[in-house]
Every structure is written in C-alpha cells, then in structure tokens.
Design a protein around this ligand. Structure first.
Ligand code: HEM
Length: 146
C-alpha cells in the first residue's frame, strides 16, 4: 500500500524540479554507471534499450518532480513507461536497485546541494512512483498470463 506523501515532502520534491531539469542527464548517466556496477544482473534488461533511454528517464524524473502534487497529469507518460518495462521484463525486485542508484547518483552530481532533507524526500517520492509502476506492471503481466 502506498503512503501518501506529506505536504513537506511534496514541497521539497517540487523545489528540486529545476535542478533536475538542469542536471538530469548527468544524474541519469551516473545512475546507469552505478546500477550496472552494483547490480550487473540489470544490464541484460537494457540490451535492446533505445540510445536516448537516459534522456527519457531524466525527462520522466523531472516531469514527476514538477507534477508531484497532481500525478494525474502523468497518466500517459506512466502508460508508456509501464509498456516499456513489461516489454523488457522489469520486475518488482529491480526497483530497490534503481532506488539505490538514483539516490547515489543525485549525491554524486549535486554534491552538498543534495541535503539529507532532499534525499529523504526523494526516497519517499521514488517509492510512491515505484509502487504505482509495480502495481500497473503486475496487472499487465497477469493479463499476459491469462
Ligand atoms: C520509478 C522508477 C522508474 C522510472 C521513473 C522509469 C522511467 C522509464 C522511462 C521514462 C522509460 C522510457 C519509456 C519510453 O520508451 O517511452 C523507461 C524504460 C525502461 N526502463 Fe524504467 N523507470 C523506472 C524504473 C526502472 C527499473 C527498476 C528498471 C529495471 C532495472 C527499469 C528498466 C527500464 C528498461 C529496461 C526500459 C526500456 C528501455 C528501452 O527499451 O528503450 N526502469 N523507464
């Protein structure tokens, strides 16, 4: 069950949207480096990934931050992500790996600007998005089985 985000978390995440927009590519590039180094088993999932994958992920993360207080604006984007994930075989157990990589990447790229408050707000916000994607993806996998 997804816990709703507190007003404070929403405010912090929203305030980071511009900086994510600015450093989005650097953060996602670093994210993939960390992900493949710490969790080499995820590499195969990206075997057929588009070359603009890191740009798409950066854009999605920035859009998520900007729309955190009205997530219904992201429905179309979420559908596309779910389809891409199901095509690639992404599973619930992969989400904590990306969480670890994204939080470490933010720290590496943003340095001192990634304060403990920002990191903790992002951990919560990531979890909310992850829960939403995992639920939608498990419905797709169940449909495929039927
Ligand atoms: C909240 C977390 C995540 C977000 C916001 C996210 C976002 C995205 C986006 C925006 C795309 C591109 C969709 C499109 O083609 O339009 C994508 C594709 C993809 N994602 Fe994720 N993702 C997340 C978690 C994960 C996890 C946990 C994995 C597995 C390690 C993963 C693996 C992939 C793969 C393999 C693709 C397909 C790449 C391709 O075929 O081009 N993602 N994701």
């Amino acid at each position: 069950m997804t816990t709703p985000l507190s007003a404070e978390t929403i405010a912090i995440v929203k305030s980071t949207a511009p900086v994510l927009m600015e450093h989005g590519n650097a953060i996602t590039t670093r994210l993939y480096e960390i992900l493949f180094e710490r969790y080499p088993q995820t590499r195969a999932l990206f075997a057929n990934a588009a070359t603009d994958q890191s740009v798409k992920l950066a854009t999605a993360v920035a859009a998520y931050a900007a729309n955190i207080d009205h997530l219904e604006a992201l429905t179309a984007a979420v559908d596309k992500i779910v389809n891409a994930h199901v095509r690639s075989g992404v599973q619930p157990e992969h989400y904590p790996m990306v969480a670890d990589a994204i939080i470490s990447a933010m720290g590496d790229v943003l340095g001192a600007a990634a304060t403990p408050e920002i990191v903790s707000a992002w951990q919560e916000a990531y979890q909310l998005l992850a829960d939403l994607l995992i639920a939608a993806e498990s419905r797709c996998y169940a449909d495929q089985q039927a």
